[in-house]
Design a binder for this molecule. Structure first.
Ligand code: OSB
Ligand code: MG
Length: 368
């Protein structure tokens, strides 16, 4: 499959409500949107990096520059037999997993379309819908309790609470008191250190499915120590970006659950390996999210159909975040299930070009 050209856009989508995690607040979703072209076909993907290096170290500005000036010139006009061949070209560059993922994911969509198959099929997945939960940003406890009630009522399969120092045990205990039976988790986005072990171990009283990324974004070692001090399973998100990261975490019991975000982990080649390696260690995985638009959500849903994605993902209804999305299909959960999009082959969604033009702040086309 020859890559004839590409469109790279910068898209700015307003968020319906600000989203706060331990490291900061997002007021809008700014992301690079990539189209790779071959013949009459187009493959799509979006980058999940933030404008500022607050979740991980990549940034929108840095990634956009790297994709435009290094990655795309390297692959446009070139022939790739399959996505692994493209992966081998990008893999030698150090880190920059989110920028690499953007390019690789768009190629997987393009390749699936060239074969006339849904993306899930070439990834090795099955089924027409996946289980999903919601991720609730940091806010007043009363308001969070109300939102938990609404989403539980809607049938979401798991509620994830964002926590940070000073906004943790009291919140989790208040939610658990009202909802003794629900699947509940907490995500700290790296807000704690080993010095907080005693506090973190008190989460054991609330029967969480897991606690997500309590310690540093680039740590594995301290998570292994923390796991010896608490019963609640530790789930790693930020720390797992490659199969090597996953192996080290699995071997040392630093992760009893892994959150796979294909956009964080360098793309599907890495994500599939992390998925398989976790399965070999009997460690379940689930599909995280980064408040993606419909393009990234469609990718996430297809990935979630793989067999070891045995816990609910974070791909909740698009309408929770955006008043209008850039894809023509409605990606809405029904009773905690998200249907796999099927509008054509590949990721199964199509761009709403009218709306996209309104929210595009930069656009460039490259050809061979
Ligand atoms: O850690 O999973 C995270 C959003 C932005 C940055 C980091 C995270 C999140 C979420 C939201 O939890 C998941 C979603 O609804 O897309
Ligand atoms: Mg997380």
């Amino acid at each position: 499959l020859r890559i004839d050209g590409a469109d790279i856009r910068l898209v700015r989508l307003p968020l319906l409500t600000p989203f706060t995690i331990s490291s900061g607040t997002m007021y809008e979703k700014l992301f690079p949107l990539l189209t790779l072209k071959s013949g009459g076909l187009e493959g799509y993907a979006e980058g999940v990096m933030d404008p500022l290096p607050d979740y991980l170290e990549e940034t929108v500005a840095g990634a956009l520059e790297l994709i435009r000036t290094v990655f795309l010139p390297q692959i446009i006009g070139q022939e790739f037999e399959n996505p692994q061949a493209l992966h081998r070209v990008l893999q030698p560059w150090r880190a920059n997993y989110m920028a690499k993922a953007t390019v690789e994911m768009a190629f997987w969509d393009l390749w699936a379309k060239s074969l006339g198959l849904p993306l899930k099929t070439i990834l090795g997945g099955n089924g027409d819908a996946v289980d999903v939960g919601v991720s609730l940003g940091i806010g007043p406890v009363e308001e969070t309790l109300e939102r938990v009630g609404i989403h539980h009522e809607q049938g979401y399969k798991r509620i994830k609470l964002k926590i940070k120092p000073g906004h943790d045990l009291q919140l989790v205990s208040a939610v658990r008191a009202i909802h003794p039976g629900i699947h509940l988790t907490a995500d700290a986005n790296s807000a704690y250190s080993l010095a907080d072990s005693t506090l973190l171990a008190r989460l054991d009283d609330y029967d969480l499915d897991y606690v997500e990324q309590p310690l540093a974004w680039n740590d594995i070692h301290d998570h292994a120590i923390l796991q010896t001090r608490m019963r609640t399973p530790i789930c790693l998100d930020e720390s797992i970006r490659s199969p090597e990261d996953a192996r080290k975490a699995l071997q040392t019991d630093a992760a009893r659950v892994i959150n796979i975000k294909v956009g964080r982990a360098g793309g599907y080649a890495n994500s599939l390996q992390i998925h398989d390696l976790s399965a070999a260690f009997s460690v379940p995985v689930w599909c995280g999210g980064m408040l993606e638009s419909g393009i990234g959500r469609a990718h996430n849903i297809h990935l979630s159909t793989l067999p070891n994605f045995s816990k609910p993902g974070d791909t909740s209804s698009s309408s929770r975040y955006f008043h209008r999305d850039i894809v023509e299909q409605k990606l809405e959960a029904v009773s905690g299930r998200m249907a796999v999009p099927t509008a054509g082959a590949g990721i199964g969604v199509t761009l709403d070009h009218d709306f996209l033009a309104h929210v595009t702040t930069f656009s460039e086309s490259l050809t061979a």
